[in-house]
Structures are given as C-alpha cells and as structure tokens.
Design a protein around this ligand. Structure first.
Ligand SMILES: [Zn+2]
Length: 230
C-alpha cells in the first residue's frame, strides 16, 4: 500500500481554511469545486454510480507529517514498480525520488487547494470485502472502482474535472482516483512558483531540507508540474 491512510482526518488545526466549504466531518472543498462536484455526483447517481470521497483538502501540516514519517523510515517506501524499499538503504537523493513518486512535497500537494479529490465507490469496495488502498488495480479491469472510473473518464470533463495523474510520465505515479477541478486548480498552480515553493520549504521543519533545496528546480519540474523525465 503506497499511499497514506486515506481515511485519516485531513483538517489542519493551525491553517486557515475559512474559504473552504465543509462537506462532512472529514472533507473540505473550494466553493466552486464543491458546486461542480455536487452536480457531478448527482449525475453519476442518476446513472447508478456512487462517488465517495477518500481525500479532499489536506493541510500542509498533515502532508509534512506524512513526508517526515517516510523520510525517517516510519512508513514503508515503494519504488516506481511498487517494490517495497527500506528508507535506510537509500541515499538522500534516492529517497527524495522514491517519496515524491507517491507523495507530494508539503506545500506542493494539489490537495492543499481544495480543488482536488481522491474518489472511490465505498459500496463496491465493501461488496468486494476490500479496504481502499488507492492502488491502480482497484480502478481498472474488474476492480471494484472500475465502473466509477469509466464513468468519470466519460463525464468528469463535462463538470470541469480532469485527471492530472492519468499517465506516469516519470514524475507522479498513475493515480486514476485523483480528479481536479481544472480551472480553479490552474489558478493555484500558477501561484505556486519555484520561488514561492522554496520559501515554504525554507520555513518548515521538513526532514531532508538540504537535499530538497539542492534539487528543488528538478523536483518542481518533474513532480510539481509533473512534467516527468525529458
Ligand atoms: Zn490525490
């Protein structure tokens, strides 16, 4: 399981999220994204498809906790081909790439904006007797969330959503569960310049800071803009 616990509370205790709309006790979304999401969820429901939220807004604080736990080897790391690897066996540079393939750099996660969601079909997962792991096999072939994924591929665009991690370009691994409210997200992405990101990293208690800053221009291109490897 490469991802962090998708059901873990995502709310920040110190970050101001007054501009977001609370959906339930675990989920917050940007107002325009919220409106588009509700319309899409209703349309899916009319077609017999349930869209449940595994993850929506996530604080920088929470992303930092995930990052530091991975850096310290308190959470399992995976190579791009899903081979588990021990953090202690990797150089700092290898560790960076290993973590960034599956987890965003704190301050650079699209989940910080309230415009992006990880979605699944809770009922289908329960019927299959599976706990959600957010792995590709759940969303393709005869995976429990495959009908949902097919529906989204066909209709998400109509509601203004797109799949930023539809393909693995050598940056972020494929995430068929991750949808983004395109227009709103583009604004946040445009504001997240390399200089801005560097300021955030300088000011946070992040493990591996020196190595991150040393490689930040490459990290920014490969994983934040997700341009992958040229
Ligand atoms: Zn996601």
């Amino acid at each position: 399981m490469p991802k962090s616990d998708p059901s873990a509370p995502s709310k920040a205790t110190t970050e101001n999220i007054n501009h977001l709309i609370q959906i339930d006790d675990k989920h917050w979304l940007h107002p325009a994204t919220h409106e588009a999401f509700l319309a899409m969820r209703q349309a899916a429901k009319n077609d017999g498809i349930c869209i449940d939220i595994a993850s929506s807004y996530r604080s920088v604080e929470r992303q930092l906790a995930i990052w530091n736990a991975k850096w310290e080897g308190k959470r399992m790391l995976y190579q791009r081909d899903m081979t588990p690897v021990n953090a202690h066996d990797l150089s700092d540079e290898e560790k960076l790439h290993c973590i960034l393939t599956f987890s965003a750099l704190p301050a650079a996660s699209r989940h910080h904006w309230g415009t992006d969601l990880d979605v699944y079909d809770a009922q289908a997962m329960a019927k299959a007797g599976l706990d959600l792991e957010l792995v590709e096999s759940e969303y393709i072939g005869d995976g429990p969330c495959a009908p949902l994924h097919h529906w989204l591929l066909e209709h998400a665009n109509t509601f203004g959503f797109s799949f930023p991690y539809a393909e693995d370009k050598g940056g972020i691994a494929k995430e068929p569960w991750h949808i983004s409210h395109t227009i709103e997200a583009q604004r946040y992405m445009a504001a997240l310049t390399l200089t801005e990101l560097e300021k955030h990293i300088q000011n946070m208690p992040i493990l591996g800071k020196e190595s991150i800053l040393q490689h930040l221009p490459l990290i920014y291109r490969q994983y934040v803009l997700n341009e992958g490897i040229e």
